[in-house]
Design a protein around this ligand. Structure first.
Ligand SMILES: [Fe+2]
Length: 252
């Protein structure tokens, strides 16, 4: 049975990304796709871009990847500071070598969505692929928003962006992975599946998140990684606010 891995929101965290690739390979996936936000927040944007270019069959554009090109005016001050730092690091000049150019070209050319059979892959949501957040409480507080989102796709829609894994079903309910026992079986109904974040989980579980998709359903995985090393690199880097390190160990 073909199985593929989906990762998202790596946010320059190479320790988390390396652990997730090792895990997915051990699980025997045929291929891996990425739903964006390769850069921002963390200490290793270049390594993460290189690893994704090498090992992901497809990468979708995230809002941080887009902000690198178009500006981060609408970002909070912490996120903006790191994007501006990433731009200084990554943007090629006349004298830059080919790898630097290749990384920039890769990020510049990322598609905002991808349709594959019954699956739609985006970073944020089917109606605003790069920017819109689908929050777990939207089904309760803004039910019309979720109804409209469900009208914008057929089959299954895979997203990242909120850094909060889980499944929205057509009855407007959000199911987080522990409530699903980390497995969602396809039932022929529409669903929005959030794969969570590799590099900066925000659901209270600090382990890196990703999913494996097979013919029958989605399995949610959490993988331990060397959080202390990532934190140390951030504390040692004057261009990245300390908050980006502190949050990693609590998964918030
Ligand atoms: Fe993100």
């Amino acid at each position: 049975m073909p199985r593929f891995g989906i990762i998202s929101d790596l946010h320059s965290n190479i320790e988390a990304l390396g652990a997730v690739f090792t895990r997915l390979e051990k699980e025997g996936v045929d291929r891996i796709v990425c739903l964006g936000d390769v850069i921002g927040y963390g200490p290793d944007p270049e390594h993460c871009i290189d690893m994704v270019m090498r090992r992901c069959e497809l990468t979708i554009c995230g809002n941080h990847d887009e902000a690198l090109m178009r500006g981060a005016q609408d970002f909070n001050p912490v996120a903006r500071q790191v994007i501006e730092y990433n731009r200084r690091m990554l943007k090629p000049s006349l004298l830059s070598g080919s790898l630097k150019r290749q990384r920039w070209k890769f990020l510049e050319g990322l598609p905002v969505s991808h349709r594959e059979g019954d699956f739609l892959l985006v970073h944020g949501s089917p109606r605003d692929p790069v920017h819109e957040y689908i929050m777990k409480t939207d089904g309760i507080f803004i039910p019309d928003k979720i109804r409209d989102i469900f009208d914008h796709f057929e089959g299954l829609c895979f997203v990242g962006h909120t850094h909060f894994p889980g499944v929205f079903t057509e009855d407007l309910k959000f199911h987080d992975p522990p409530a699903l026992d980390y497995r969602y079986e396809f039932k022929g109904e529409k669903a929005v599946v959030n794969v969570g974040s590799v590099g900066q989980p925000r659901d209270g579980d600090p382990r890196a998140s990703c999913v494996i998709v097979d013919d029958d359903g989605v399995t949610f995985l959490r993988t331990d990684y060397d959080i202390a090393t990532t934190q140390r690199k951030i504390y040692d880097n004057p261009n990245i606010p300390d908050l980006c390190a502190a949050r990693l160990e609590i998964g918030k």
